[in-house]
Design a protein around this ligand. Sequence first.
Ligand SMILES: Cc1cc2nc3c(=O)[nH]c(=O)nc-3n(C[C@H](O)[C@H](O)[C@H](O)COP(=O)(O)OP(=O)(O)OC[C@H]3O[C@@H](n4cnc5c(N)ncnc54)[C@H](O)[C@@H]3O)c2cc1C
Length: 338
Amino acid sequence: MIIQQNISLKPYNTFSIDAKAKYFAKFTNVDELSELLNTKHKTQNTKLILGGGSNILFTKDFDGLVLKNELHGIELIKEDKHHYYVKAAAGENWNAFVMHCIKHNYAGLENLSLIPGNVGASPMQNIGAYGAEIKDVFENLEAMNRKDFKIHIFSTNDCAFGYRESIFKTKYKDEFVILNVTFRLNKEPVFNTSYGAVEQELEKMRVKELSIQAISQAVINIRTSKLPNPAEIGNAGSFFKNPIITKKHFDTLKKVYVEIPGYETDELHIKVAAAWLIEQCGWKGYRKGDAGVHAKQALVLVNYNNATGKEIYNLSEEIMRSVKKKFDIELEREVNVV
Ligand SMILES: Cc1cc2nc3c(=O)[nH]c(=O)nc-3n(C[C@H](O)[C@H](O)[C@H](O)COP(=O)(O)OP(=O)(O)OC[C@H]3O[C@@H](n4cnc5c(N)ncnc54)[C@H](O)[C@@H]3O)c2cc1C
């Protein structure tokens, strides 16, 4: 176990931001992790757990110790009449894990194909796409307390999952390191094609018999055609959450902007498409230096080459201000700003 100094984080974040970590170390087992968490002397106890770096924006150099998660292993731990219980270590690549499940006919993760990042971060914001969220197939997780190194088990209720939310982003922010996640996957698939684009893609693919493989492929096709590939252009996917506003507010906006897209989350609230709001404010395709808003997807901020995290952050501030001014809606960042 080596603690390196002054390491560029550029290869470790999908935004490709060239921030430096004062100290940097990888851990491959829980003993190494607790030892590193206990390292106080030089690192002033400031520590950051890093997975695939696909939901993070470094706005400055990190003046502490970055701990890169390299915990690996996938295991079928039990099965019952209806389910397989599959445990994956936090450092496993998410999409590789999804592909493993699909290959073994463990159903339930197919709509979440091709989401970047690692398994360990998936409960952090209850990752979701194309009508599915991990909370639907989540069984439990094990996490280490960063102060006393004790390992706790969190059930679905303990995690307080919400829309791109969990207790690890709120009450327990920076308190735990997620070590592994167990998923409850179906033996009999329950196909979820409620999302219009998935249905259309399946038709385009001329799928005769629905399968988890076909749904996964449809999702991969859609994602590849719509979202910028971080290997080609730095980004962290959706930069903002879709805001949830009151119905009253929505109805007032609808009178002026008849096309405003939104759908009911409950009797009193509507979720509005942040991409539409941003586009209406004229940001789609905007570029200032190397920081910009993607030309096809206004929700995605991009680093064309050498933008700093601060430049991306400042652009996000400008976008938030203009959306607030035009629609009286406060956008919230989905990406973790460091
Ligand atoms: C092109 C693209 C498309 C995307 N599409 C989607 C999408 O459809 N749906 C979606 O929900 N997200 C999407 N994302 C966002 C991202 O892929 C997910 O949020 C993913 O789960 C982040 O995983 P990561 O390992 O990269 O996390 P990181 O960016 O490394 O970390 C994110 C946060 O979690 C913390 N963290 C990471 N691992 C641990 C751990 N083991 N224990 C405790 N804390 C930890 C970090 O400190 C940080 O605060 C997309 C991103 C990109 C680049």
